[in-house]
Design a protein around this ligand. Sequence first.
Ligand code: 5RP
Length: 310
Amino acid sequence: MDWGLQNRLSSIIKPHNNRALMLAVDHGYFLGPTEKLENPKKVIAPLLKYCDSLMVTRGVQRTSVSATTSTPMVLRVSGGSSIIGEDLSQEDITVSIQDALRLNASALAMSIFVGSKYEYQTIVNLGKLVSEAEQYGIPVLAVTAVGKELGKDARYLSLACRVAAEQGAHIVKTYYCDNFEKVVQSCPVPIIVAGGKKIPERDALQLTFNAIKGGAVGVDMGRNIWQSDHSVAMIRAVRSIVHGNSNVDQAFKLYQKLVNEESKKPNNPNQNKSKKPNNPNQNKSKKPNNPNQNKSKKPNNPNQNKSNSI
Ligand code: 5RP
């Protein structure tokens, strides 16, 4: 392996323990202003020092990440469809290698949609991207995207991960599943696990622990960190599993301790927020006759829950 490629890879997967904590903030590339990621600059700033690398689009990197950071950037270079479009799997490469170099990317990331209408296009794009990126010593992370219509079990994910690795991906990002070991064992390159939709903090820590126990090098987590009301406490708890070998109880205790400390800080805007006795807006949305209640849950909204399947 070329020195540059090896050097970049080792900034993402730490060589001393073969572990990686990646913070994913690339969701806007097809979801737009995702809940709690409306202002990426504010979200990223306090979290940046706790992750090993940031998975980001070029637009957010340029506008919302300080160029003085020493955190490696994993640049998403694929896109082309949005959540309200017809088919999320119709992606192409949208960023040139020259721009990736200008952005000092430590790795390039793109999605493949194995089993979808556009699998051919995305898999061929992965092969081409690897060939191009290797000329400059830049590793490629392949995201095995999932959708409602695609599977999320060990059989499907093994196939998708293996296809990605066969095209030359240097890291594969996938989802945790039952029999996850099977996915890891049949993939010859390191696997990193996405967090998926927001779940309770303890469950997300359990997922992190299970993924590493199952053979993943770490997590590339987004929503379960920045959609938490205590995102810094959460990333630090996740980190304690990835790099500190904490078990779930230890990590959750750390999370609770940090939340507790946070609530005692004098300028904490969340302090006692929910305890205001005379807050006239409290529970406003729960009024029985609120006409907007459950507005987004229209039964005929074809895109409903689409974002939950990423
Ligand atoms: C989407 C992605 C996201 O980065 C990925 O889903 C990770 O974020 P989360 O932990 O929120 O699932 O690659 O294709």
